[in-house]
Design a protein around this ligand. Structure first.
Ligand code: AMP
Length: 524
């Protein structure tokens, strides 16, 4: 396990009963982690807790163990759960549920997992029988509540897990509404990886005289992680990534992109290059997420391209590498991302691939972690320098982190101008320059492959010819067009006549009969 202290007490000193101690022993834990040692006695006393701890510190057991003890006495009524754990993602919720199974095996507690993407009727059936522990994502829980499937006025213990992630994902209004539906007299345990002012303000609303427990300084990265940063042209990022993966002994790795659509693009590119890779992001259907996670956990896929939100909270302890294919926009995400490796005392490596335009974000990260990320050169790829100029908005609308165009691809077949490489002679003398860490051992650089074709870089399916698809417009326009077509009288139209606006071409879709019910009278 990751965080322990020399004078950590034994599990038996924390006030847990014999059945729990047995389950903990069978889980293979010899000593409680720091957060467990701090939180468990406080939770057992019935006090509110404000916990600052990241995934990997053993924080889940720090609330599940005492909750099992507290809930051991008493029984749940139908549709009235006795405790509620709110999690930002389905995966985290599933992991919390697994924890209850593992530690609660000698207790007859019932639990239900209420998460999106799973059958609602199964979840309703469980609730109807009455559950001691309800683990839920906020959206699905409110959905159930609004359908009258659940009553929240018997909840005695509330856990809000990964509150900072809830904030990032815009879930706080949902959480606030849920909390307003709970009894005022309850015990609340609030966990967050960071405790910024915004989170503290939110915590203040939910907690009463909480005991603050926290592990590891807030903005530290694990000391067992070696981090490196390569600065390259946008167009060289994929090649840089592939090269590092090839020359490093990558057992398994998370590869982070800033945007969901880039996850998909990079995933397809890596697959095409023969890497065993899965992708994981919030827009994927639940079965696809489960399958991807399963493959990655079992080692069937060595690489997982993912977004921050999705990967947060996935508990895989022995990941050898983390790659930041994009420099995170929020410096704290850097800490979370690279914290996915170097866990449980194992060594890990984290590579960040930056473009010159990322200068501002790299500085923010280095300020946060109070260290410079050693720079490396990657064989076969021109090394560039960071620029402190703000990111330019590019044609096609790509702003800082929200844009419309795929990354790493040229637009319109044109090659963007490569930023001029700084002349070596223009660089500061070695003594003034930050020390470069020795580049990790490399084998001879593989031949730089020919620049990929545009179609491969963009990886986008070809658009159908404009003439084969209806013009994009809003529904009202479509209705209007249908009316216009009808006025013409399709049956009387001759293909050879052509159609206004289409030249000689007669598009197929216009020849399709329009069912009368689609000739909308009153579209809203
Ligand atoms: P968490 O921070 O809750 O995601 O836990 C991270 C990992 O640590 C999980 O795989 C737990 O099973 C494991 N773990 C939790 N408590 C302990 C402990 N006291 N000793 C060793 N491993 C633990």
């Amino acid at each position: 396990m990751t965080v322990t202290t020399d004078n950590t007490p034994d599990f038996s000193d924390l006030g847990l009963g014999p059945s729990l101690l047995k389950a903990v022993e069978e889980a293979g834990y010899t000593r409680p982690t720091t957060i467990q040692a701090q939180a468990i006695p406080v939770v057992l006393m019935g006090r509110d807790v404000l916990g600052c701890a990241q995934t990997g510190t053993g924080k889940t057991a720090s609330f599940t163990l005492p909750m099992i003890e507290i809930l051991a006495a008493g029984r749940a009524k139908a549709r009235m759960p006795r405790s509620l754990i709110l999690c930002p993602t389905r995966e985290l919720a599933a992991q919390v549920a697994e924890n209850f199974d593992k530690y609660g095996k000698y207790h007859a507690l019932s639990k239900a997992l209420i998460i999106g993407g799973e059958s609602m009727s199964d979840q309703v059936a469980l609730l109807d029988r009455g559950v001691d522990v309800l683990i839920a994502t906020p959206g699905r829980l409110l959905d159930m509540f609004d359908r009258g499937r659940i009553l929240l006025n018997d909840v005695k213990v509330l856990v809000i897990d990964e509150a900072d992630r809830m904030l990032d994902m815009g879930f706080i209004p949902d959480v606030q509404r849920i909390v307003s539906l709970l009894p005022k007299i309850r015990q609340t345990l609030f966990f967050s990886a960071t405790l910024g002012p915004e989170i503290k303000r939110i915590a203040d609303d939910f907690l009463m005289n909480p005991k603050e427990v926290s592990v590891s300084p807030q903005h530290s990265t694990a000391t067992t992680v070696e981090a490196f940063l390569a600065v390259v042209d946008e167009i060289d990022k994929r090649e840089t990534l592939r090269h590092i993966i090839r020359v490093e002994a990558v057992k398994n790795a998370f590869i982070f992109c800033n945007r969901k659509r880039d996850v998909d693009i990079l995933y397809r590119s890596l697959s095409k290059h023969g890497f065993d890779v899965v992708q994981f992001h919030g827009d994927m259907a639940q079965p696809a997420r489960v399958e991807a996670l399963g493959k990655f956990k079992s080692g069937e896929a060595r690489l997982m391209v993912c977004s921050d939100v999705a990967a947060r909270g996935i508990d895989i302890s022995a990941v050898s590498h983390v790659f930041n294919f994009d420099v995170p926009i929020h410096a704290e995400d850097y800490v979370h991302r690279i914290g996915r490796t170097g866990r449980a005392g194992l060594d890990g490596r984290a590579y960040t691939i930056a473009t010159p335009e990322d200068g501002k974000h790299v500085v923010a990260i280095e300020t946060l972690i109070k260290a410079q990320i050693p720079r490396i050169d990657v064989e076969g790829v021109p090394a560039l320098e960071l620029s402190m100029e703000p990111r330019k908005r590019r044609a096609g609308g790509r702003g800082d982190d929200k844009g419309a165009s795929p990354r790493g691809g040229r637009r319109g077949g044109e090659r963007p101008e490569r930023a001029p490489r700084p002349e070596r002679t223009e660089q500061a003398p070695a003594a003034e320059r930050p020390e470069r860490a020795p580049a990790p051992e490399r084998q001879a650089a593989p031949e730089r492959p020919a620049r990929p074709e545009r179609a491969e870089r963009g990886e986008r399916p070809e658009r159908p010819e404009r003439s084969d698809r209806p013009e994009r417009s809003d529904r009202r326009d479509r209705g209007a067009r249908r009316r216009r077509v009808d006025e013409f009288g399709i049956g009387e139209m001759n293909h050879a006549d052509g159609v206004t606006g289409f030249g000689d071409h007669f598009p197929d879709f216009m020849a399709r009969e329009v069912p009368p019910e689609l000739l909308v009278k009153d579209e809203k």
